[in-house]
Design a protein around this ligand. Sequence first.
Ligand code: ADP
Length: 492
Amino acid sequence: MSLPDPHAASTHIEGDQSASSDSFLLFQSTILENVRDSVIVTDLQHRITYWNHASTQLFGYTPEEILGHTPDHLYPQVDEAQRIHDFQELYEQQEDVDEWQGRRKDGSLVWIDVKSTILRDADDNILGFLSISRDITERKEAEERLRRSQERYRLVAENVSDIISLVDLNGNWRYVSPSLKTLLGYEPGELIGTSTFTLVHPDELAVIQKGFADALAGQKVHTIARYKHKDGRWIILETSGIAIFDERGQVDRIVCTSTDITERTELEKRKDEFISMASHELKTPVTSIKAYTQVLRNRFQKRGDDETVHFLQRMDAQLTKLSTLINDLLDITKMQAGKITYREEQFQLDELVKEIVENVQEMTPTHRLQLTSEENISIYGDRDRLGQVVINLLTNAIKYSPGADKVCISVVRQDKQAIVSVQDFGIGIDKIHQEKIFERFYQVTDPLEKTFPGLGIGLYISSEIIKRYHGSMSFESEKGVGSTFSFHLPLQ
Ligand code: ADP
């Protein structure tokens, strides 16, 4: 068998050379010289007898340099034992496919995938061996990068105190980090393949199932639920979950991180109980001091002692502030425990706002309260609680605009909603704080600004009240320019 080179002599396999087979072999050789894969033929003595153009491009040797040599030095990492093993496989299976690291003429390394076949003549005698190779360095390097980054993630997952887990589309655990043992008492192997829902407290199962469905739909989810420890205790886990997708863009797994918040929740509960108890204890004496102040004021008024009456009035105003604060603290703890009571009735929202604006104006010498209001806006809800929201927005507007002299209030009906807005021209709120402003105990602290008294609970209570009536609260604010706080309530 002979393969004449169409351009230069690159083949030296001996055989007949009749005229007709010559043109066929030339045709074959032209193809072999133009394919992208490296094609190498070795004889029974393991010497290279054919070396195509792609082989020169892959390894850097010309046919003149390589023909007649063994290909061993092209594969420095394949030792004698491996070579014998590969030959045996080749004889048994007629074909061997492998991935090897090759060395180029300039010494650099290249990853190739090699397919080796035995070459036989018509009588089934072995003539030699054919290897077809392709450069797969890029793929190998990408695989290595992926392997290294997976290794890094694995190291992170196995060394954090949170549980990191992968959940499949049926809600079964596919991977759980070793911290599972510390947090829930199980070895990861005990849970792999079982449903994540089995350990969830029955009361919270619906929440977790909804969270799982939302995550499958591509949402980033956040849940808090109790999970049963192996020893029977309930552990509160705060979990964030997000879907990861396969190459076709389909959800493949949900990756979750779960933090044990049992202790934190217990502490918060104790703190709430303390606040609740302390404000209860404070409420009774403050109420009776306020009553005595009023009695005294009436007495001094009758005697015509205007100066003392004036002092007692100021004392009464401070006591009102104190009892508002105590009531807020009581409300917040009741809200946390879901124990707040509402007295619902039908009432005119515009009239309520007007009444409050007039009352607050009486006590506010610094600002003009300008009210524009539509009439006959009838609402069903707790008049006092909704009044509490209006008072909160108004007192904030006044408190946080010490350099201004007016606050604008509007009550309008729009798209089947009643909207109450309170606009001030005060210090405004920086963008970075805006997201958290409705959180419990959140106060903007800015070292450059004067500090304002307060506990950071008014807006939290207000938004909880508005939520109860299926409404919403919103605000627009610009630092140094002012803020507009609004609440929207659906009209029946
Ligand atoms: P606080 O009793 O501290 O006023 P709130 O819950 O009513 O508590 O308000 C939370 C925080 O939001 C306040 O501490 C303040 O930083 C900011 N804030 C509320 N209303 C305004 C406003 N009208 N202008 C600027 N900042 C405001």
